[in-house]
Design a protein around this ligand. Sequence first.
Ligand code: ADP
Ligand code: ADP
Ligand code: ZN
Ligand code: ZN
Length: 764
Amino acid sequence: MSNKPSPDEHGIVITRARAHNLKDVCLAIPKGVITVFTGVSGSGKSSVVFDTIAVESQRQLNETFPAFVRNRLPKYEKPEADGIGNLSPAIVVDQRPLGGGSRSTVGTMTDIASLVRLLFSRAGTPSAGMSTAYSFNDPSGACPTCQGLGRTVQLDLDRFFDTGKSLNTGALLFPLFNVGGVQWTLFTRSGLFDNDKPLRSYTRREWRTLLHGGADGEVRIELATRKGTQNVVYEGIVDRFNRLYLNRDLSTLSKRTRDAVEEFTADAECPDCHGARLNAAALKTRIDGLNIADHMAMEITDLIGVLEKIDHPLGTPIAKAAIEGLRRIEDIGLGYLHLGRETASLSGGEGQRLKIVRNLGSSLTGMTYIFDEPSTGLHPRDVNRVGRLLTQLRDQGNTLLIVEHDRDVIALADHVVDMGPGAGTHGGQVVFEGSVARLRKAGTLTGRHLGRTLPLKTEVRTPTGHLAVTGASRHNLKDVCVDIPTGVLVAVTGVAGSGKSTLISEVFTEQHPEAVVIDQSPIGVNSRSTPATWLGIMDTVRKLFAEANGVPAGLFSFNSTGACPACGGKGSVTADMAFADPVTTVCETCRGLRYSAEALAHTLRGKTVTDVLALTAEEACAFFTGRGENSVRTALETLVEVGLGYLTLGQPLSTLSGGERQRLKLAGHLGSRSGVYVMDEPTTGLHMADIETLQRLLDRLVDDGNTVIVIEHNLDIVKRADRVLDMGPEGGRHGGQVLFTGTPAQLLKHRTSHTARALRQDLN
Ligand code: ADP
Ligand code: ADP
Ligand code: ZN
Ligand code: ZN
């Protein structure tokens, strides 16, 4: 770091930050305490915390490396601000997927897997060797067949055969084994089969021979080829397929063959280790009858119980160390996971909480930890558990910056920075700084909402019918059969890991494929998409400009003839400098306007096309009032209605926050009828005031005749649902059941449900 560490009371100092919508923000953030950033979605919290503080910290850290190292690190541009000082190294604990491929598991990322391996090498019998002997990431431990992946690519037998047909009539569906072809001849000339017998009538023995070759030893087939007669040894279809297409360098195959192979293969459990990833020697070692794969497949809560029973001079201390780590995971409500679970399959909230656990184990102090909504995915019951972890991290001597909307997490703050007053151009300012107690009395939107408790909805809508889910048993679901009411707003609740996403996002949407899932994921369009292109109004806007000026419409597109010749319509030029930070500068020719001079010479009622793209949706509604402009105005009005009136028509969609993206997607569905919409935690990233806007939108969708199903922890949404479906009773193996279906008022009386208890507390 270039500046010397200074005493904590100085705090992080930011002067005149201008990233995105920030309006010369000046801040002094105390060190060694928890600061929570609040404010409506789009007010500028991330612009301060992630795009200014975290980026500058990373950039300064990179500067301390020699040039040849720096050159390989990701490059960070200097954030737009006059000064950012007194930073400490920052660790961003966000919800980005953990990834890491299939070799990254809960056990490997928390390092508990290495303790379990150590345990087996010291206390297991018979021993397979040192600890690497139990690692699927090491050749000495890995299953040789799948190389430690637990899964292999295999011939998909269901696709390969049409069992209603015989070999002669085309039972082999793989195109390279077609009737009349060389491969087909190998089977029909083998003399091993009745070529006219449909496969479904084959005996077990015939099937075995077809798939894996003769049990009676080698069979030779005489084939007449152009070069004369050839003797070929018979191979079963699976062996032959593997040899020809799987166990070889795929790049030597033609693209057509590779495509066909891909279509006829599937990723399936490894036939040798059955998913355990380890070789036979490693799996033979046992402690109290269980092998290491059993340990890795057990829910963490159960594993703690097993490890506690270990009584062995070398094993006990190792088991104790593992238990300490496992308890931390259990403490934050993830006891339903198992160490073998691939991190790529975890939800964003689960991943973030595991990252917290990993950092708690470290002895680093004086760091700045930055969190993005750590309450995501957590039931109200478990929010205080995360709260304990966060305060522990602070007490180890760290600074915590947290972007959060949850009342219980805000309550933990030693210091609050409230951004606002509104979103986008209406925000970008610090409207309050100070303690939570003072925030409650401050007149800001956050302050006003903090003290407010919404009443339970009593006038609920009556369902118009139902959609059934039957025999749901994926993951932890216990053969669930349940009717989901239609024509109403349904809240699906339950502690993390109880099975909400599995039931709704997986099983329900598979059994009812007409359901539309609206999430916060990036909008799958190109980098030039904007609210205007998303709403589909750009064609009309271009036509209006063309008609007013008597020129072709293409002139008003920066993707077409209207593009600025210097920057190709990007508006900026990025100079990538080998040994310094990249610099993005505004294009000198068009001054960032993206269009050619010719396009900008034409106007519509006094505005050029870039003037129009710089209008907010609100402003544009007032501008497009002419004849033939109704469709444009109506589309823009939906944006205002979903609370995005502050977005400009030309803002790249890639810069929208998750909450903004979600509302943009909702805007596209307003006005539709009798649809079924599914949303997983739609309140993520939303302020209490944004949640009111969201609630109005959901109500409007339902009033129009749609069914809306939301997986939610936010009690404000649960209280205003028409029906609640509560899962539980706990997470993982101890969950997977529907505990309750009914109205919120009925749920309140439930004796054991955690959601009912949280509701009662909230209403008190
Ligand atoms: P919050 O974190 O409070 O939800 P953000 O800091 O993400 O808000 O965004 C503040 C405003 O800046 C929003 O209007 C958002 O659309 C806009 N914004 C965010 N990123 C970019 C960007 N890369 N370019 C332009 N505008 C952006
Ligand atoms: P919720 O949505 O209520 O938090 P989930 O449906 O995500 O719960 O999880 C229910 C159970 O299924 C948990 O035990 C979880 O670990 C397990 N599970 C979820 N996804 C996967 C997966 N991809 N692989 C293995 N287990 C999974
Ligand atoms: Zn294997
Ligand atoms: Zn240009």
